[in-house]
Design a protein around this ligand. Structure first.
Ligand SMILES: *Cc1c(COP(=O)(O)O)cnc(C)c1O
Length: 369
């Protein structure tokens, strides 16, 4: 069986280094908001090309904290792609704000920049871009709109650690960004973790305080905060793995390139990006997910399973069709719905072997619906 994602194998490569950094935390006896957080936050800020990085408990909290720190609430509207993972939207509704769902571009699966302006109202406060599947969003038009209407740009970078737009990394493309270090992400820890990156010093300080019970000094509370911190052990593990992130992303690109050049099946739609071929603009994509589409998705998934290949669906049901958001049940978002009906994620990770990738392609090319 070729696994969709072999997390054990991914972390085993760095076993000795991870062991010794965890031992260091145990030896030192300091488990929260210590040296490891400082070291990793500095390294990750430098990696993204921003001034500040604040470690938090998970990716959802990172987005939630950004919205809280800006003070967006009640009827404030935040623009967000309709086909994102539900966490982007939860962060908005947890603050009482209204998500304004925008259809994606059927080719890139990222927010369609041409559909944003007509949805901007006097209540709009921010645009949340999501670099879905690891591909950096086309920012140009969105940056112009944000300037024209005085909106904040919040990046959901949970799937795109290390991706570049022009010469900047995700995390540095808007006003503030939320990352997740969930184990399966391109940079993942051994449990939950996340961070916020920004160049805004005041925002960084506010987020730091809100994430620590709203406290700027010990026992001095200036906000009604929450508790959302990155464990020292997780920061230590992340600091080990960050050194290898660019290499891992490069291996993902090689696999994606092989898939794109060798999958030949009229029933299968390969990922596209603005240069027609992902390889041409290859640094903009870190291939968190390699998603193909087909009209007979469930049959293809079953066929692959029978042939020893594990796949996944990101995601089977769009947020507006979830019970949690039944108020949207009548919304019609045909592009989003088409993507969710037809999308399928192939195995993708830096530890897939050439043999495995070749076998996956061979089996896909034999599929005869
Ligand atoms: C994983 C993910 C999140 C949430 O991250 P957690 O650490 O699981 O809370 C948010 N947005 C997107 C797009 C994600 O893929």
């Amino acid at each position: 069986m070729i696994k969709f994602l072999d997390l054990h194998k991914i972390n085993e490569r760095y076993r000795d280094e991870i062991d010794s950094r965890i031992k260091k935390v145990l030896d030192c006896g300091w488990y929260l908001q210590g040296e490891e957080n400082k070291v990793f936050s500095n390294h990750f800020a430098e990696f993204c090309g921003v001034k500040y990085c604040i470690g938090v408990a998970n990716g959802l909290d990172a987005l939630n904290l950004i919205i809280k720190a800006y003070g967006f609430k009640d009827d404030d509207e935040i623009i967000v792609p309709a086909n994102t993972y539900i966490a982007s939207i939860l962060a908005i509704t947890q603050n009482g704000c209204t998500p304004v769902l925008i259809e994606p571009d059927i080719k890139t699966y990222n927010i369609n920049p041409d559909l944003i302006e007509r949805k901007i109202t006097t209540k709009t406060k921010a645009i949340m871009v999501v670099h879905l599947y690891g591909q950096a969003v086309q920012m140009q038009k969105i940056l112009e709109l944000a300037k024209k209407y005085n909106l904040k740009i919040i990046e959901d970078a949970a799937q795109a650690h290390g991706a570049l737009y022009q010469s900047k990394r995700t995390g540095a493309l808007g006003d503030a960004a939320g990352f997740s270090f969930y184990p399966g992400k391109n940079l993942g820890c051994l449990g939950d973790g996340g961070c916020v990156t920004t160049n805004d010093e005041e925002l960084a300080q506010r987020i730091k305080a809100i994430a620590n019970y709203g406290s700027d000094k010990k026992y001095h509370h200036i906000y009604k905060g929450i508790n959302s911190r990155l464990d020292e052990i997780q920061a230590a593990v992340l600091d080990v793995k960050l050194k290898y992130l660019d290499n891992d992303n490069q291996r993902r690109r090689e696999i994606a390139q092989y898939y794109c050049e060798n999958i030949r099946n009229a029933e299968i739609i390969l990922p596209y990006n603005r240069e027609e071929k992902p390889i041409k603009d290859y640094l903009s994509h870190v291939w968190h997910i390699f998603a193909i589409r087909t009209q007979n998705r469930d049959k293809l998934q079953q066929y692959l399973e029978e042939n020893g290949i594990q796949t996944n669906i990101h995601y089977p049901t769009p947020p507006h069709k979830q019970e949690a958001y039944k108020e949207w049940a009548d919304l019609s978002l045909p592009v989003t719905e088409e993507i969710h009906r037809t999308i399928l994620s192939l195995p993708m990770s830096p530890v897939l072997t050439d043999n495995e990738v070749e076998k996956i392609v061979e089996i896909l090319n034999k599929w005869n619906y």
